[in-house]
Design a binder for this molecule. Structure first.
Ligand code: ZN
Length: 199
């Protein structure tokens, strides 16, 4: 369980600019990255903090205005085409969530740095590895600059072990294959590298 850092101080009148920082939640598919992101954001909403979520517009699995509701509180999710758009949308957001960060361009790194520098708590969720087991997009850089990195794990759908890989069942060589979770399995390192068996 992630525990918020001790250096966080609530903003007071004589300390208008609190300390910002970057958190990364990474892992394979089916590891609960987004659930963990939502858990952290919902707690901020309950504390009446301003919260905004951004997703790459490439992710068409969700409707434009995806709403994560919790009682009367809700968090609006804004799809953006490029990472720099996030800076245009954030006004007084104390907490910014970024989901599916692996699909953003590299400028997401600079955008996150800028947000943190202006006192924003930035929480980023994304796949750390693609279906080939290679570091995914800007995720390695984001993990490097983050104050806190949480790696969550799925359960291997073959052997029940700890899964950190996303195995693609479908026959496609596109790095971006969306909208079909049935086309993937969470797998442990050993099962990920096993030669495919005929079913
Ligand atoms: Zn396994």
């Amino acid at each position: 369980m992630f525990v918020e850092p001790l250096f966080y101080q609530p903003k007071t009148s004589d300390q208008k600019k609190g300390t910002g920082w970057i958190e990364v939640i990474c892992g394979s598919m089916f590891s609960g990255k987004t659930e963990e992101l939502i858990r952290r954001l919902n707690r901020a909403v309950l504390a009446k903090q301003q919260v905004e979520i951004f997703k790459p517009a490439i992710d068409q699995r969700y409707h434009e205005e995806n709403i994560v509701s919790h009682n009367d509180n809700f968090i609006r999710s804004t799809p953006v085409s490029v990472a720099s758009e996030i800076l245009l949308h954030v006004h007084k957001g104390e907490v910014v969530g970024i989901d599916e960060a692996q699909f953003f361009d590299d400028s997401i790194v600079e955008v996150s740095q800028k947000l943190a520098a202006q006192g924003t708590r930035v929480i980023i969720a994304g796949l750390d590895m693609d279906y080939l087991g290679k570091p995914f997009g800007p995720m390695p850089s984001l993990m490097a600059i983050a104050e806190f990195v949480t790696k969550v794990h799925a359960i291997c759908m073959r052997c029940g072990g700890v899964a950190s890989h996303s195995y693609r069942l479908a026959d496609s060589d596109s790095t971006v294959l969306l909208g079909a979770q049935t086309q993937y399995e969470a797998r442990c390192r050993r099962c990920f590298h096993e030669p495919p068996t005929t079913k």
